[in-house]
Write a protein that binds this ligand. Structure first.
Ligand code: FES
Ligand SMILES: [Fe+2]
Length: 362
């Protein structure tokens, strides 16, 4: 992948705006995942959020899913507490019914005036994820849904995972992009020495590449399963693998390639969806695809082990970014002394593609 040189030059020349990155709001003009398909059975509704806006996603008895504001205009009760009746969602309190177009029907209830229509949101489903578009509605048709070819590829097995993390989404992007934090995971993966290979950047992406050497400790079994290779002496395998991490606003991907195997041995797609109005809580939606080994069912056998391993790594990352957010709160702002060029570029990207906070605007 090559960077656009004129764009890159423009970015380098631009002064970093004086904004606290943790106050930058996510740009709503994208498709954000809000739930897993498996969370929403037919004939049910689910309440989800994007940046403080409550949304109800409805899977009617027949037909496609739809999304509405999750507030009954009558007395502000979440419609997701109600029931799905045919192609309608019925409020749990007085029974007003709402269609997929947001129109209100009042079976058995005499209304003085028409209740206002509910706002509807573009809503789509793909590869086990439910997405909504909460930005400029005219853009929803032209903004592409993310694609996950590996999730459909029989040569890979894909794990769908996610948790709620109590921090601004920017801490998540920085944590994954900055592979100099191997110390944090040394109990799980041994001592890994990263080597930074370079970076590409453009108007809407930053990409960094690394390679690694194990300097102490043993290779965990889970890693052997990913590479399809038992590596007894880490020195023999130093700097053979290349990890590429890319923030393609607003999503992030990670891929690992290794010598001798044409396709990546691992690919990750991940989105951090702000939940609250201030965007200090995010819900993670991740698809982790691992290439099947020469003996394909070996990966299935070892799957629980891999899940446990990746879950432990994720927990260590979650705890550390939540501590960063806590420090931000206690110090009332970002006091980081960051010097790594990749992270500086990433911050600039998140600021330039995001929305300024009301505080910065005002
Ligand atoms: S609050 Fe929903 S019908 Fe009354
Ligand atoms: Fe990490």
């Amino acid at each position: 992948m090559t960077g656009n040189t004129s764009e890159t030059a423009a970015l380098d020349g631009a002064a970093l705006p004086q904004q606290d990155i943790r106050r930058v709001r996510s740009n709503p003009d994208f498709w954000y995942p809000v739930a897993w398909s498996r969370e929403l059975r037919r004939g049910k509704a689910i309440g989800v959020r994007y940046a403080g806006q409550p949304i109800v996603v409805v899977r009617p008895d027949a037909g496609a899913i739809f999304a509405l504001d999750d507030v009954c205009p009558h007395r502000q009760i979440p419609l997701s507490k109600g029931e799905v009746c045919g192609d309608f969602v019925r409020c749990a309190y007085h029974g007003l019914k709402y269609s997929r177009r947001g129109q209100c029907f009042s079976p058995g209830m005499k209304l003085e005036k028409e209740p206002p229509r509910l706002r509807t949101w573009p809503c789509r489903e793909k590869d086990g994820l439910i997405f909504v578009f909460m930005g400029d509605l005219e853009k929803s048709d032209s903004v592409p849904l993310p694609d996950f070819p590996r999730a459909r590829d029989p040569h890979y097995r894909t794990r769908r995972f996610g948790k709620v993390v109590q921090c601004h989404y920017s801490f998540m992007h920085e944590n994954l992009m900055d592979m100099n934090h191997q110390v944090l995971h040394s109990r799980l993966v041994g001592s890994m020495k990263p080597r930074f290979l370079g970076m590409e950047r453009g108007k809407d992406f930053v990409e960094a590449r690394y390679t690694f050497a194990r300097t102490a400790g043993r290779q965990p079994l889970s890693e052997a399963l990913i590479y399809g290779q038992r590596r007894k002496d880490g020195r023999d395998f130093a700097y053979r693998d290349v990890m590429t991490i890319r923030t393609q606003y607003p999503y992030q991907t990670l891929r690992i390639e290794t010598e001798g195997i044409d396709e990546p041995v691992m690919e990750l797609w991940i989105a951090y969806v702000p939940q609250d109005r201030e965007e200090f809580i995010n819900r993670v939606f991740g698809l982790l695809s691992i290439r099947r080994l020469k003996i394909p069912f070996l990966l299935d056998l070892a799957w629980p082990l891999l899940i446990a391993f990746t879950e432990r790594v994720f927990t260590e990352d979650r705890e550390i970014v939540e501590l960063e957010q806590q420090a931000w709160r206690e110090q009332d702002g970002d006091r980081n002394q960051e010097v790594f060029p990749v992270i500086m570029a990433l911050r600039q990207l998140l600021i330039q593609n995001g929305m300024p906070s009301q505080k910065d605007v005002g």
